[in-house]
Ligand binder design. Structure first.
Ligand code: UDP
Ligand code: MN
Length: 335
């Protein structure tokens, strides 16, 4: 009886041992087996290769944008010509605003010399201070417009040409100052920039290569969206203008530049304040160049890079009313 019990117990024990052992073996086999995660891996691989592609693309974008931002290397052909900008200016409420905007445009133009000519009997502190603080290379001149040439309050602005004696004074200074350096380096370009126009930086790069007289369109001028020289086969053949296209040079002041060499070689070329309306530009250019010789810029005169903008005269109604009460703005505060 006791032996049978013992045998049964032993069988139970062996069976228990066998089952445990099989369980253990199964568990160990499961541990060593590869799981079925091929799908996870392909998703991961795809993500990695997509990110790598994106990285390559971004690298290309950075490379290209650096290439376009870097200024093109100057071909080795001597020094960069200086652009001499002659600006007539006169005292009025918006003068400081105009000159501030202009000077800050010019700060972006390499090798620019600003010749500011005040229409006044003396240099004014406003312009002197502004120039001193401008960070530009400049020459400060002044000449008052003769009384009989000056627009009077209420005159329509087309009645008399404006800034004539000032532009001529700028030319006089250039001829005197640069003659001393004649022969040395007379690489330069002369441009007449009124203080109220709007100038793209590109227009200065276009004019820099002027040999004699270069030309380009001017926007918002002459009652037109733009006026421009019309170019065929690389030559100016006529002018797109709404008014007297048969003037010798039916162009606005902002639409041409002259090489310094040509200005020095023609010491008498200047603006004629008595020229009929619309003939001021012609009075200067006539003796210097022929239409056939004009050098078209701005993609054969198909791009507008300068605008003949005009600033509205600010209304001072309330200022005057306040002044009448002794409460006007402080006159010592420069505007
Ligand atoms: N100007 C000047 N004295 C004047 C009127 C104008 O020196 O009595 C200057 C003005 O600052 C500008 C240029 O001459 O630089 C042309 O004047 P404006 O802009 O009034 O002419 P418009 O826009 O009518 O051609
Ligand atoms: Mn103007």
């Amino acid at each position: 009886m006791a032996t049978r019990m013992k045998l049964k117990l032993k069988t139970v024990f062996v069976m228990y041992f066998m089952v445990s052992l099989m369980g253990l073996i199964y568990a160990l086999m499961q541990l060593g087996q590869r799981c079925d995660c091929t799908e996870h891996i392909t998703v991961k691989d795809r993500t990695i290769s997509r990110l790598q592609e994106e990285l390559h693309r971004l690298k290309d974008v950075i490379k290209n944008s650096e290439a376009t931002r870097r200024p093109p290397k100057q071909p080795a052909r001597g020094p960069t010509p200086t652009v001499f900008v002659i600006t007539p200016t006169y005292a009025r409420l918006v003068q400081k605003a105009e000159l501030t905007r202009l000077s800050q445009t010019f700060l972006h133009v390499p090798q620019l010399h600003w010749i500011v000519v005040e229409d006044s009997p003396q240099k004014t502190p406003l312009v002197s201070d502004l120039l001193k603080k401008s960070g530009l290379i400049y020459t400060h001149l002044h000449v008052p417009t003769a009384k009989d040439q000056k627009l009077q309050e209420g005159d329509p602005n087309w009645l008399k040409p404006r800034g004539v004696q000032q532009r001529n004074e700028g030319l006089r200074w250039l001829r005197e100052d640069r003659r001393a350096e004649a022969g040395a380096d007379n690489y330069g370009v002369v441009y007449f920039a009124d203080d109220d126009n709007t100038y793209s930086l590109q227009v200065f790069e276009e004019m820099r290569s002027t040999q004699r007289v270069s030309v380009w369109p001017v926007g918002l001028v002459g009652g037109m969206k733009y006026e421009r020289p019309v170019v065929e086969g690389g030559k100016v053949v006529r002018f797109h203008t709404g008014w007297r296209p048969n003037r010798p040079f039916p162009m606005d002041m902002a639409g041409f530049a002259v090489s310094l060499k040509l200005v020095l070689a023609n010491p008498d070329a200047c603006f004629d304040g008595n020229a009929p309306m619309g003939f001021l530009e012609s009075s200067f250019l006539q003796g210097l160049v022929t239409i056939d010789e004009l050098e078209p810029k701005a993609d054969n005169c198909t791009k507008v890079l300068v605008w003949h903008t005009r600033t509205e005269k600010p209304k001072m109604k309330r200022e005057e009313a306040m002044q009448a009460q002794g409460l006007g703005s402080d006159p010592a505060l420069e505007v």
